[in-house]
Design a protein around this ligand. Structure first.
Ligand code: BES
Ligand code: ZN
Length: 628
């Protein structure tokens, strides 16, 4: 019944018909010796960059953030590495106006190529021999898709404006001209001028308090790909959690956030014990305004997070474990292209569950794994009908928006693939294998094929590789029959209570539910059958007050059966939630439920009100779903 596949991706395929750019494939042999080159020459269908011609290595970004005109006016000065014979370098841009380009201090010729949907335009700069630095003066445009400029009313304080970026997957090019491919890494430094009274933060070494000038300096000494560039500007405060961890938020949310993330240091320690030292110095989280389109984003040193995880009882912190885990899987070892996205997300979900197990126990983490499995089964079944090719772990997103690859498959099928291997070889061997993998390939990119070779060379025998059907998992559609099972005692009890309710009308006893966590409630709500009646929903609501829940996951889960059954009292809560919250994972299924239950009128009316407050990422998905 639900067709939303985890992060609520766009459902419509084939709308995005942008043709492939004319770039030649550039598969250079990976065995080239010499110093470790952190940039892989893999053909990336989502970037115009031609790294075999010339590649960036360091960025010096000098920017002014202008709230009145909602623009960033900046200079990006790139250190480049170019072979002697090269005569040009190509950058990605999206709706940037380029004022001037200089190479090593001299004005240089440049061209902006044709615009393609999603990809934007290539910026090609002519290079003299031995060129070292390319300086680009530019400003951002009205359709800078990474940026969301918020009015004070859209923030927690209600009194100051706010700006945040979301660069993944290919939106960085809308605020910095860059080689926007996950296979190309660079270090950066930045000088950013923001209005007085505001703090600026980046995915870099960050200040902890505002200064009087509004001028801030940043350094990111470790090489990162462009999708990890990030900026947030607002009336933001800091509170320490441990020596090396802390939380940034607007004042009204600061204490609540610090309470919610109290276990942060424990999580970092658990992660380090599993897979080796944390490589990035500090680990902080910023709680953004509610229009942030994702749950979290693993910007290095500073995870960006939605305020909808502030449940008040720390029940939704697995999201923090997830973003923290990306500090290894994704940020240290990075998917070479968006076709290898499962290498980022599948590993991260696996790692997330392991951190949760270390900090909160196996019982608890197995509930999360069980939810993951149900979601995967449901989404894979729906996707097999509508877009079967996208149920492969190795994706083919060429000519499409990489956002279409953000489904349950890379996350949850990826997770179960790794869990299968763990179950085969045992934990201790698998942990050693993963630890070495992160260590050997840190600050490098990884392709699916390189990982499979590594797996064969270092862990699985030919017989095991065959028997586990590794290639089927990666290259074939659907879910193999050796999908690991997740027995959960706690969920078995929930299922029993639900059955008694549906059969005999007996509400689960207070004595029993008192011990239920958010996840047991989520299981209960997910498993409510389609046949549940308005009357039954009303009894549940009276007993457990779901409609008043302050827990966003429970509320969003409750919207499903109530909207679908036409439970009238829910609509006003749905309305206020959709206007307030911009997290796509909640929006898409809720709007879809309205539409599919004959309330397309209501979906349209609410969307009209809410749309101006949503980030472009959410707007683009919902425009397709709701076709206004
Ligand atoms: N890196 C992703 C978010 C993302 C993916 C943004 C692809 C843009 C393109 C992040 O780590 C993530 O997976 N967030 C999830 C939370 C997680 C607990 C599954 C989210 O936002 O829901
Ligand atoms: Zn992730």
């Amino acid at each position: 019944m639900k067709k939303t596949y985890l992060l609520a991706l766009p459902l419509i395929i084939g709308l995005l018909t942008s043709c492939q750019n004319g770039k030649q494939s550039s598969n250079k042999s990976p065995e080239k010796s010499g110093p470790k080159d952190t940039t892989a020459m893999v053909n990336d269908p989502h970037s115009y960059a031609q790294p075999e011609k010339a590649v960036v290595s360091h960025l010096n970004w000098d920017a002014r953030v202008l709230f009145d005109s909602a623009t960033i006016v900046a200079t990006a000065t790139w250190d480049i590495k170019a072979p002697e014979k090269t005569d040009q370098i190509v950058f990605d841009t999206y709706d940037l106006s380029i004022q001037e380009v200089k190479v090593d201090g001299q004005r240089a010729d440049f061209t902006l190529g044709a615009f393609q949907e999603d990809q934007g335009r290539p910026l090609t700069v002519s290079l003299p021999a031995n060129a070292q630095k390319v300086r680009i003066d530019y400003r951002t445009g009205d359709s800078a898709r990474a940026l969301q400029w918020l009015s004070p009313e859209q923030t927690a304080s209600g009194s100051a404006r706010f700006l945040f970026t979301q660069s993944q997957a290919i939106l960085a090019r809308s605020w910095v001209p860059c080689q926007d491919s996950p296979g190309i890494r660079f270090t950066y430094e930045a000088d950013v001028q923001v209005p007085e009274g505001m703090l600026a933060l980046m995915s870099a070494q960050n200040p902890q308090e505002k200064n009087e000038t509004g001028q801030y300096h940043f350094e990111m000494p470790q090489p990162i790909p462009s999708y990890l560039m990030a900026l947030a500007v607002g009336d933001i405060r800091f509170k320490a959690i441990s020596e090396r961890t802390g939380v940034y938020a607007e004042q009204p949310l600061l204490d609540k956030a610090a309470y919610e993330f109290a276990d942060l240091e424990k999580m970092v320690q658990a992660a380090e014990e599993l897979y080796g030292p944390y490589a990035w110095g500090r680990y902080d989280i910023i709680v953004l305004p509610p229009s942030f389109p994702f749950g979290g984003m693993e910007n290095p040193r500073l995870t960006f997070a939605t305020p909808t995880i502030l449940a008040g009882d720390r029940s939704l912190v697995s999201l923090v474990a997830h973003e923290l885990a990306h500090s290894w899987s994704g940020n240290l070892v990075t998917n070479a292209t968006w076709n290898d996205f499962w290498l980022n997300e599948g590993f991260t979900v696996y790692f997330e569950h392991r951190i949760m197990e270390e900090v909160y126990g196996r019982d608890y983490s197995e509930m999360l794994a069980s939810l993951t499995r149900s979601e995967l089964k449901e989404d894979a079944a729906a996707m097999l009908e509508e877009r079967p090719e996208d149920t492969k772990l190795k994706l083919d997103l060429a000519g499409r928006n990489p956002d279409e690859g953000v489904t349950s498959i890379p996350y949850n099928k990826g997770y179960f693939f790794l869990r299968l291997i763990e179950e085969e070889v045992g934990r201790s061997r698998f942990d050693t294998f993963l630890r070495n993998y992160f260590d050997k390939h840190q600050f490098e990119v990884m392709t699916t094929e390189a990982f499979l070779s590594y797996l064969q060379e270092n862990l699985l025998s030919a017989e095991q590789y065959e028997r586990l059907q590794i290639d089927t998992w990666i290259y074939k559609k659907g879910l193999p029959e050796n999908l690991p099972k997740v027995p959960s005692q706690r969920f078995a009890k929930v299922a029993q209570a639900l059955e008694e309710f549906m059969k005999a009308g007996t509400l689960p006893a207070q004595k029993q539910t008192a011990a239920w966590t958010t996840h047991e409630w989520l299981h209960f709500l997910h498993k409510l059958p389609d046949s549940v009646t308005v009357n039954e929903l009303q009894r549940l609501d009276e007993a457990y007050h779901f409609s008043q829940s302050g827990n966003s996951e429970i509320l969003a889960a409750w919207f499903q059966p109530t909207i679908r059954a036409g439970y009238e009292p829910i609509y006003s809560r749905v309305d206020s939630f959709l206007v307030q919250v911009g997290r796509r994972k909640f929006l898409t299924p809720t709007y879809a439920a309205l539409q599919e239950s004959g309330r397309a009128d209501l979906a349209q009316a609410i969307y009209q009100k809410a749309r101006p407050g949503y980030h472009a990422v959410s707007r683009e998905t919902l425009d397709e779903l709701l076709d206004p």
